[in-house]
Design a protein around this ligand. Structure first.
Ligand code: 3HC
Ligand code: NAI
Length: 687
């Protein structure tokens, strides 16, 4: 037997048991184990039926994603599945955990399926920019019909065992503890009945009914057009299901293979697979000893009841933490408590939360106007105005109030965490917890590790991120940390381009077409020009607009006008301001197509990312990608700026930067890391 394979036999039933941690992905060793197991049991005359099951936490979680793009070692998945399907002996899949992707497809090649009541099954390939490529797109519609198959494959959500039973995806649902014994009984019954083996490929009832209703596909496309924008996989999945209902099975499978290969070779899928592994890498900290224990966090405090304090309080209380929220301004505190209540009530109205849960969440929050209320908190997160003197004075006060052994965190966006920590006598217990607005919704949590931050503090922050269901990205101390620092050059370039005669609307359009949900000027108008303007002393387009009271959507419009009840329109007033400042600046006017514009906007982001890496501020390039995907909605199907740079070619990025540097100086000089990687043919995203 191979390392991953065990075979057991009982009363004429042979069990193939695969154990390949962590998730029994169908890589080479597992395929070989299955193939060998099938050969052994098919050749064994005492065996009349075969059960395939897994040890460990789950049934097969799908193909081994790390093998994609590499040469396939035989036996391939199709070969193994054919051996199962064409077995003269009945094969029964016994599912527990999550049967996903190729794992569910394997189950659909078995003649019967039994599932633990806690199991789930699904075809989530769409999240990797792929489609189910082991006949899943042809089998699923034959069992559940095209509508449900589209939902399951193009939206990628799994179904639980009870739903799988009602859909006909499994034949029996069994108490989890009893899975093996019940599967055995099920197999013995199958042997006793000796009925012809069920064959999904010849089932026609569902596909014939769907053939009579061609609207299914156009309606599905229309319903999800926004969600699918920019992604390649959903459309190929729809086409594969169209093939399932219009073509004979064998031709449908061929069509599926074409559509699968197209996706496998696509930039979008490369990006989504990069993101899959990148997301899981962010909490792996090189050099961090596994034995380091987190500091206990049972009670929390938030200082500052403004925009961020409110969002952080919502996030903490939603995750079950009791929160003491303190603001010296009683009015601000009242306002925030009112908004928190409204937010929870809104969630109830939308059916996202029960009224009881909402009340319990609100009851976990205690407002106070004196920081002494933090005395017993295990974690205090400061979110007052972005002002170094204020923050240092607050941290030295917190140091005297909050019990020893508690974690003190700052939500600062740009300030030097080491200086803040130095205001206390416990800099080892000070860390940055940089949330993104709205903090209760945005999935990124930047964890800023100061010079003196202890490993225990870091581990505590990583645990907090997990409990808040946020993705942590660890950053060193630098101006703007990772996400804000890497994104700042796009804004700076957008500001420059409008002085070179490109309209805000054109810049926003190019960013939208790239896949950002909003362009930089739309974003400023939404957030407020007064909030974003950091160089308030200089005369800039932004400062002029602020001076005129054009603060964005909230007041008089900003870069755009907002006529009541209609979409934003280009603003003649803003255009006049831009023209005036541009005339004073006297810059030559740009002559750029959309692609040239995009390169100008994003190449400096890549360069800043490379510098962040060179300075050791990020642990790895993919952390920068995740920070911008989760913090700035960088489109997932572009994989973040580091992967995108590899895809467009480092040479093009460097050429763009060199041209900018020739014109505007060394701030744009390509980083040595970029230059070295290009010379060596290396990949930025793999640093
Ligand atoms: N291939 C390779 N590695 C995988 C994997 C897969 N299919 N699924 C998970 N892993 C790895 C993860 O990278 C992680 O590795 P690490 O410990 O080194 O970081 C480890 O397994 C554990 O994964 P998670 O941290 O995600 O563990 P969870 O318990 O939170 O989740 C899971 C388990 C629900 C199975 C989740 O890992 C998951 O959703 N996996 C992907 C499932 C999937 O997309 N399957 C389809 C694959 S494509 C396919 O099958 C094509 C076919 O149609 C031909
Ligand atoms: P805000 O202005 O909305 O709120 C700040 C709150 O702090 C006010 O309610 C104020 O009354 C209170 N406050 C000020 N001094 C205080 C004191 N001494 N004691 C108690 N309360 C005091 O500010 P916002 O936007 O919430 O920002 C807070 C922090 O979060 C800043 O450091 C900011 O850089 C950072 N941040 C802001 C983001 C944003 O998008 N607004 C995003 C990420 C971080």
């Amino acid at each position: 037997m191979t390392e991953v394979l065990q075979i057991e036999k009982q009363a004429g039933v042979g069990h193939i048991i695969i154990d390949s941690p962590p998730v029994n992905a169908l890589g080479y060793a597992v395929r070989k184990g299955l193939d060998d197991g099938m050969d052994a049991l098919l050749a064994d005359d005492t065996v009349k039926a075969i059960i395939i099951r897994c040890d460990g936490r789950t049934f097969f979680a799908g193909a081994d994603i790390s093998e994609f793009g590499k040469p396939v070692r035989k036996p391939d998945l199709h070969g193994v599945l054919a051996k199962i399907e064409f077995s003269a002996k009945p094969v029964i899949a016994a599912l527990h955990g999550t049967a996903l992707g190729g794992g569910m497809e394997l189950a659909l090649h078995c003649h019967y399926r039994v599932a633990a009541d806690t199991a789930a099954m699904g075809l989530p390939e769409v999240h990797l920019g792929l489609l189910p490529g082991a006949a899943g797109t042809q089998r699923l519609p034959r069992i559940v019909g095209a509508r449900k198959a589209l939902d399951m494959m193009a939206l990628g959500a799994p179904v639980r065992a009870d739903e799988a039973l009602s859909l006909g995806l499994v034949d029996e649902v069994i108490a989890t503890d009893d899975l093996v014994a019940s599967a055995q009984r099920f197999a013995e019954t199958v042997i006793a009945k000796a009925a012809p083996l069920p064959d999904i490929r010849t089932r026609q009832d569902k596909v014939e009914a769907d053939r009579a209703d061609p609207e299914i596909f156009s309606a599905f496309r229309a319903r999800h057009a926004r969600r699918f924008k920019g992604f390649k996989a959903p459309e190929n999945i729809i086409k594969a299901v169209e093939a399932a209902i219009s073509l004979p099975y064998a031709q449908g499978v061929e069509r599926e293979a074409e559509l699968f290969v197209e996706l496998l070779e696509s930039k979008e899928s490369e990006a989504q697979r990069h993101v899959f592994f990148a997301e899981r890498a962010t909490s792996k900290i090189p050099g961090l000893d596994k034995s380091v224990q987190p500091m206990p966090v049972a009670t929390t405090g938030v200082l500052g009841a403004g925009t961020m304090g409110r969002g952080i309080t919502l996030a903490l209380s939603a995750a079950g933490y009791p929160v003491t929220i303190v603001d010296s301004n009683a009015e601000a505190l009242d306002r925030t408590m009112g908004i928190i209540r409204k937010t929870c009530e809104g969630a109830v109205a939308k059916g996202r939360m029960s009224p009881e849960k909402a009340e319990a969440q609100i009851a976990r929050i205690t407002p106070a106007t004196d920081a002494k209320a933090f005395a017993d908190c295990d974690l205090v997160i400061e979110a007052v105005f972005e002002d170094m003197d204020l923050k240092t004075s607050i941290f030295s006060t917190l140091d005297t109030i909050v019990k020893p052994g508690a974690l003190l965190a700052s939500n600062t966006s740009f300030l030097d965490l080491d200086k803040i920590a130095a205001a206390t006598k416990r800099p080892q217990d000070v860390i940055g917890l940089h949330f993104f607005s709205p903090a209760n919704i945005m999935p990124l949590l930047e964890i800023v590790r100061g010079d003196k931050t202890s490993d225990a503090a870091l581990v505590t922050a990583l645990g907090l991120a997990k409990r808040l269901r946020k993705t942590p990205v660890v950053s060193g101390v630098c101006d703007g940390f990772i996400a804000n620092r890497a994104m700042a050059p796009r804004m700076a370039e957008a500001d420059r381009l409008i002085l070179e005669g490109i309209s805000p609307a054109d810049i926003d359009r190019v960013c939208l077409n790239y896949g950002f949900p909003m362009g930089p000027f739309q974003m400023i108008d939404l957030v407020g020009l007064d909030v974003i303007g950091r160089n308030a002393n200089e005369k800039t387009v932004r400062s002029e607009l602020v001076r005129m009271g054009r603060l964005g959507q909230k007041q008089k419009g900003g870069y755009y006008d907002y006529p009541a009840a209609s979409a934003p329109t280009p603003s003649p007033e803003a255009a006049a301001v831009i023209a005036e400042i541009a005339a004073e600046a006297g810059l030559s006017q740009a002559d750029l197509d959309d692609d040239g514009l995009l390169m100008r906007l994003l190449s400096p982001v890549v360069n800043e990312g490379a510098r962040i890496l060179e300075e050791g501020m990020a642990l790895r390039a993919s952390d920068i990608d995740i920070a911008l995907i989760k913090g700035y909605n960088w489109p997932i199907y572009k994989g973040g700026p580091m992967l995108w740079a590899d895809q467009v070619g480092l040479g093009r990025i460097i050429d763009t930067l060199n041209a900018m540097a020739a014109d505007r100086g060394p701030a744009f000089t390509p980083s040595p890391l970029l230059v070295r990687l290009q010379a060596e043919g290396g990949r930025l995203s793999e640093q």
